[in-house]
Write a protein that binds this ligand. Structure first.
Ligand SMILES: [Fe+2]
Length: 262
C-alpha cells in the first residue's frame, strides 16, 4: 500500500503515532468548520491514472447509465408541501456507474478494503469502528460524468460520504455545496427554494484534484456536482462503510441503483 497511498504526507500506516493523531484532529476540526475534509495528494503520483486505466474499459462497455428527474429530497412528495412548492423543483441527474463486482483486483478496491483507512476514517467520524459493506455491487461504486451530465442537487441519506477523485473534467464537474442549509429540526423549505433558484450567496464551489480523498457530511448540507464540460469524463470512487458488519442492499435497491439484482 505504500506505493499507492502517500504515507509521508498521511501517516495511516503509523496508527496512534503523534503525527497520526494530529491528522485525525485536523480532519475533525475541518469537519466541524466546513462539514468536510480533503486529503489532497492522498494517492501517490500516477496512481489515479492507473486506477482510471483499470476502470475505463468497463466504464465504456458495461457501466449502468442512470438518468432521472428528481427533487432535492429524492422523494416523490413531501407531505407538508404543495406539489408546486419551489423547494420541490425537479432537476436532472445523469451518471454512469461501475460496481465493485466489475473491478475485482483493482487498485480502487484495495484502497477501499485497507484496514488502516477504515480505522482512520472511524476516528475522524467519532465512530468506534467502521466496516466494509458486504454487498458485492454497492460496496464501492465508480461514477463517471460526461459532457453535459451532472449529479444534481440533493441531500445524502448517510451521515458521511467518502470519495476518491480519480479523474477531473476539463471544466465543470465541481462540488458545489451549501453548508447546513437545513437542520434535523428545521427543514428550511424557503432556503431550499432560494438555493434551487440560484439565489443563495452562501453556496460554495470546490474544485478537487485527482488523488484527493474527500469525507463529506451531506445530510443537511445540500450539494451537487456541476455539469461536466469537455471531452474528459469526471471519474470518482464512492466508498460505502457502515458501523454494522455485513450490510447488504435489497435486490430491489440493487435493481433501482444498478439495473440488476446480481
Ligand atoms: Fe451526495
Amino acid at each position: 500500500m505504500k506505493d499507492i497511498l502517500d504515507f509521508d504526507r498521511y501517516p495511516l500506516d503509523r496508527e496512534g503515532s503523534a503525527e497520526w493523531q494530529q491528522l485525525v484532529e485536523q480532519s475533525i476540526a475541518a469537519l466541524e468548520v466546513d462539514g468536510m475534509f480533503n486529503l489532497e495528494g492522498f494517492l501517490r503520483p500516477g496512481v489515479a491514472e492507473k486506477a482510471v486505466r483499470e476502470i475505463r474499459p468497463v466504464m465504456a462497455a458495461r457501466s449502468h447509465v442512470h438518468k432521472r428527474m428528481h427533487n432535492i429530497y429524492f422523494k416523490p412528495d413531501i407531505p407538508e408541501l404543495a406539489p408546486d412548492h419551489p423547494a420541490l423543483r425537479k432537476v436532472e441527474t445523469i451518471s454512469h456507474t461501475v460496481c465493485a463486482d466489475q473491478i475485482p483486483g483493482s487498485v480502487v478496491l484495495a484502497i477501499y478494503e485497507y484496514e488502516p483507512l477504515l480505522r482512520f476514517l472511524a476516528a475522524t467520524m467519532g465512530k468506534t469502528r467502521l466496516h466494509v459493506m458486504q454487498d458485492p455491487l454497492a460496496r464501492t461504486n465508480v461514477m463517471a460524468y460526461r459532457a453535459g451530465e451532472a449529479l444534481n442537487w440533493h441531500f445524502d441519506r448517510s451521515e458521511f460520504t467518502t470519495t476518491l477523485l480519480l479523474q477531473a473534467a476539463e471544466r465543470g464537474g465541481d462540488l458545489e455545496y451549501r453548508t447546513d442549509l437545513r437542520s434535523d429540526d428545521n427543514p428550511n423549505y424557503d432556503g431550499v427554494a432560494r438555493l434551487l433558484e440560484g439565489r443563495d450567496p452562501e453556496a460554495k464551489i470546490l474544485r478537487m484534484k485527482p488523488g484527493t480523498l474527500n469525507v463529506f457530511r451531506g445530510k443537511n448540507t445540500a450539494h451537487r456536482v456541476t455539469t461536466v464540460e469537455g471531452e474528459r469524463e469526471r471519474m470518482i470512487a464512492v466508498f460505502s462503510y457502515y458501523e454494522k458488519p455485513g450490510v447488504m442492499f435489497s435486490a430491489e435497491e440493487r435493481v433501482g441503483f444498478y439495473g440488476r439484482a446480481a
